[in-house]
Design a protein around this ligand. Structure first.
Ligand code: CAA
Length: 279
């Protein structure tokens, strides 16, 4: 099998690594430098696995050799599935899907990893929208076992069944979701993070204590503010904006402190500063 992945950022390179266990992967980004950076991140993770004795150097080299990083969408001509993990911008994704519909074969599955944008709106502009589906992975991709399989009104049962088998071949569990704002996980998780930001802004507790409370009081592996830093505050805000815009319910209004931090460029781990400091 040949799998295409678009976007070599955190999610895209994680998906490419997971996919390289079951086939050849073509990882595409807008330029060669970004594509190579994605490959380097994969190589670094695989080296850690080798150091820990989980895989040997031959396995590491074999997995790496299955991934090609490039900047040419045309290279996806012969893939069986493309998973798009480009930036969270509807226009960008629609352009990519229009191009993919032209480049890829008629029965190639076209999947998006969007965390909150409308997959129906992406599919609507594509010839044969029945092969468009959401495959929503979680960060860190190589650790998290879930993939939300998000169906639009166009998605065919064959596309859904093939995609479910594909997800399971990666060692992950698929849950089926009819498209709905934020799907299941982000509809529940991101408002919780947003509420933690309100608590912080109100001075109810420190960032450390809010996180400790949820780690020890609700057995979450990490607190909501540390999780916001991991996901990216810009992504959290974009998801809240989508929930608020789509549902029109004030319970989804983004916390002003979240907006302020995004405007300041304090986006979490990726900028080394968010609710916590990573310098
Ligand atoms: N990238 C890749 N791997 C990572 C990682 C990262 N950023 N952080 C940790 N890991 C790996 C470690 O290498 C380690 O792997 P091994 O067991 O193979 O050695 C494993 O995860 C456990 O790591 P640690 O022992 O260092 O730390 P931990 O036990 O605290 O686990 C965690 C770290 C897995 C991130 C855990 O805290 C956790 O599960 N947190 C919650 C993550 C979560 O909720 N993710 C979903 C976010 S929402 C989303 O992604 C959807 C969206 O659309 C926004």
């Amino acid at each position: 099998m040949i799998i295409g992945v678009i976007g070599a950022g955190t999610m895209g390179n994680g998906i490419a690594e997971a996919a390289a266990h079951v086939g050849k992967v073509i990882l595409v980004d807008v330029d060669q430098k970004r594509a190579d950076q994605g490959l380097q991140a994969i190589s670094k993770r695989l080296n850690r696995q080798t150091e820990k004795g989980r895989i040997d150097t031959a396995e590491r080299d074999e997995i790496l050799s299955r991934i090609t990083a490039c900047a040419d969408l045309q290279s996806l001509e012969e893939v069986q599935i493309v998973v798009e993990a480009a930036s969270e911008d509807l226009g960008v994704k629609q352009d990519i899907f229009t191009a993919l519909a032209r480049i890829c074969s008629e029965d190639c599955i076209l999947a998006t990893n969007t965390s909150a944008l409308s997959i129906t709106a992406i599919a609507a502009g594509v010839t044969r929208p029945d092969r468009v589906i959401g495959l929503h992975f979680f960060n860190p991709v190589t650790v998290m076992k879930l993939v939300e399989l998000v169906q639009t009104p166009f998605t065919s049962p064959e596309c859904a069944a093939w995609s479910k088998d594909f997800v399971e071949s990666l060692g992950k569990t698929a849950v089926c979701v009819e498209e709905s704002p934020g799907f299941v996980v982000n509809r529940l998780l991101i408002p919780m993070i947003n509420e933690a930001v309100f608590l912080l802004a109100e001075g109810a507790a420190s960032a450390e204590d809010i996180d400790t409370a949820m780690r020890l009081g609700a057995n979450h592996p990490m607190g909501p503010l540390a999780l916001a830093d991991l996901v990216g505050l810009d992504i959290c805000l974009a998801i809240m904006e989508t929930l608020y815009g789509e549902m029109g319910d004030p319970k989804f209004r983004p916390a002003p402190l979240l907006r302020k931090m995004v405007r300041a460029g304090h986006l979490g781990r990726k900028t080394k500063k968010g609710f916590f400091d990573y310098h």
